[in-house]
Write a protein that binds this ligand. Structure first.
Ligand code: IPE
Ligand code: IPE
Ligand code: MG
Length: 240
């Protein structure tokens, strides 16, 4: 266990560098994605051991649909395989599994297996594992605004109440409704950008960037990130 009581409630990971990991070894990019699954397993175990309550991963962005078709197909089928393979672990370790993103773009088959696993694990609360799939931050904010506008258009009392709207009222329209904002966002592979991830929810997240490529990011690296987080001073604009 990390020697700290300052454990983040929600850790989010931008898993990056699978392609470069494979290229360094003269392998196909997809091999990097396969190896990256082992990192997800390792980090999930470490998160449970450290007492993290929410672990989220950016698995596929809305922009990733623009990758070559073969890679998109490989990533989607890897997702389906992982759900099937990991479901017994979710039950064993009492992990709630959720997928957040633009579901309209997912195949009916993948969607059915996602929904079945979400339903089967919704009773668990040791760790909530969130996979952001076909997700982008701008898309999330836009769909939230659209939902709100449609509600207001069909219900004058809702339109009236917009005057007194608080920021926390907007949270309810985002796909992350009810999920605490990430305390810590980790990005691997040396890139130091947010790539249209949790734009609204990351307003006060701590960022941890590491040059380690995602397939090499395992338990020791995850713990190192938690240790770095424990030393951060979160001020939220106030004076301490
Ligand atoms: C992250 O690795 C996985 C996804 C974005 C799906 P990349 O595939 O982006 O790997 P690099 O950045 O090309 O090395
Ligand atoms: C971000 O990685 C998206 C995911 C990790 C799913 P990318 O590799 O797609 O991001 P860019 O293109 O380098 O910004
Ligand atoms: Mg990348």
């Amino acid at each position: 266990m990390t020697d700290s009581t300052n454990v983040p409630v929600h850790v989010s990971m931008i898993m990056d560098g699978n392609g470069r990991w494979a290229k360094e070894r003269g392998l196909e990019r997809v091999r990097g994605h396969y190896e990256g699954v082992e990192s997800v397993r390792a980090c999930t175990e470490a998160a449970v051991e450290e007492g993290v309550k929410y672990l989220s991963i950016f698995a596929f962005s809305e922009e990733n649909w623009n990758r070559p078709e073969a890679e998109v197909i490989a990533l989607m089928s890897l997702m389906a395989k992982c759900i099937a393979a990991e479901t017994p672990t979710f039950h064993k370790n009492h992990i709630r599994f959720r997928v957040l993103g633009n579901r309209e773009r997912l195949s009916a088959e993948l969607l059915a297996s996602i929904e079945a696993t979400e339903k089967a694990t919704e009773c668990y609360d040791r760790l909530t594992m969130i996979v952001f799939l076909s997700y982008s931050g701008k898309w999330d904010i836009m769909q939230a605004a659209r939902k709100m506008a449609l509600e207001a258009a069909s219900d004058p009392s809702k339109a009236e109440s917009l005057k007194d709207m608080k920021l926390s009222d907007f949270d309810k329209y985002l796909v992350t409704a009810g999920v605490p904002d990430p305390d810590l966002i980790i990005r691997t592979s040396g890139e130091t950008r947010i790539s249209n991830y949790l734009l609204w929810q990351a307003a006060y997240s701590e960022f941890y960037f590491t040059p380690v490529l995602w397939p090499d990011f395992r338990k020791p690296q995850f713990r190192e990130a938690l240790e770095a987080y424990a030393k951060r001073d979160r001020r939220y604009g106030k004076v301490k």
